[in-house]
Design a protein around this ligand. Structure first.
Ligand SMILES: N[C@@H](CCC(=O)N[C@@H](CS)C(=O)NCC(=O)O)C(=O)O
Length: 214
């Protein structure tokens, strides 16, 4: 059985959303954020203290985009994956990793210096908010001619980038979404798989595990 360690609406939402889209059976451990302080037993599972962590038999993973890639390929075949001989394969991998490496990285600086450590480095938070919004231009361009990022359908790449839009909303950066991105974000939230992931984290939440990053 697959087990996912999760905090509500944190990066572990990517694999949770993928699990629901794939219709796989899984066990979910929802912890208060940050688990390194509020669920110290988790350090024995993942010494980094970060979420997500996924255990699937002998497989142990801690990178959200890689876990999504793993789930849709190892537990496929699924239309969420793009095959290596598909012309969209490179674009798919690029978007999958763009979601974390290019979009979520600057958001974490905004989160840290606006939300968790205010008054320490506001200028860093402001700069990286701008950085994030500038990087979204690539997403806007892709959506000018399509409903999804690549391959002409919803794939794991949309899960990866979609999570960055979820975090942007929590950070109040969604007010600056372009019309194409706002419509895309609305489409993603309307998916049964997205709604099921939201319901699942609520159902499994322990007392006091308020949504990240409150
Ligand atoms: N690149 C990793 C980053 C994982 C990560 O830093 N997760 C954050 C939450 S979104 C975390 O666990 N922070 C708590 C901490 O560092 O103590 C991924 O994509 O999964």
């Amino acid at each position: 059985m697959i087990r996912l360690y999760h905090c509500a609406d944190a990066r572990s939402f990517r694999p949770l959303w993928a699990l629901e889209e794939l219709g796989l059976d899984y066990e979910l451990t929802v912890m208060p954020f940050p688990p390194r302080y509020r669920a110290k037993e988790y350090m024995a599972v993942n010494p980094l203290g970060t979420i997500p962590a996924l255990v699937d038999g002998e497989t142990f993973m801690t990178e959200s985009a890689a876990i999504v890639q793993y789930l849709v390929t190892r537990h496929g075949p699924s239309p969420l994956a793009v095959e290596v001989d598909d012309p969209a394969y490179g674009a798919w991998l690029n978007w999958l990793h763009f979601g974390e490496a290019t979009l979520t990285f600057p958001q974490t600086l905004v989160l840290r210096y606006r939300r968790f450590e205010p008054g320490k480095a506001e200028v860093v938070a402001d700069d990286y908010a701008k950085w994030f919004l500038a990087r979204l231009r690539a997403v806007d361009r892709a959506l000018q001619s399509a409903d999804h990022l690549c391959a002409g359908r919803f794939t794991a790449a949309d899960i990866s980038v979609g999570y960055a839009l979820l975090l942007a909303e929590q950070l109040g950066l969604d007010a600056e979404f372009t019309p194409a991105i706002a419509a895309y974000w609305a489409r993603l939230q309307d998916r049964p798989g997205f709604k099921a992931a939201k319901a699942s984290q609520l159902k499994h939440a322990p007392e006091g595990a308020e949504a990240f990053p409150t």
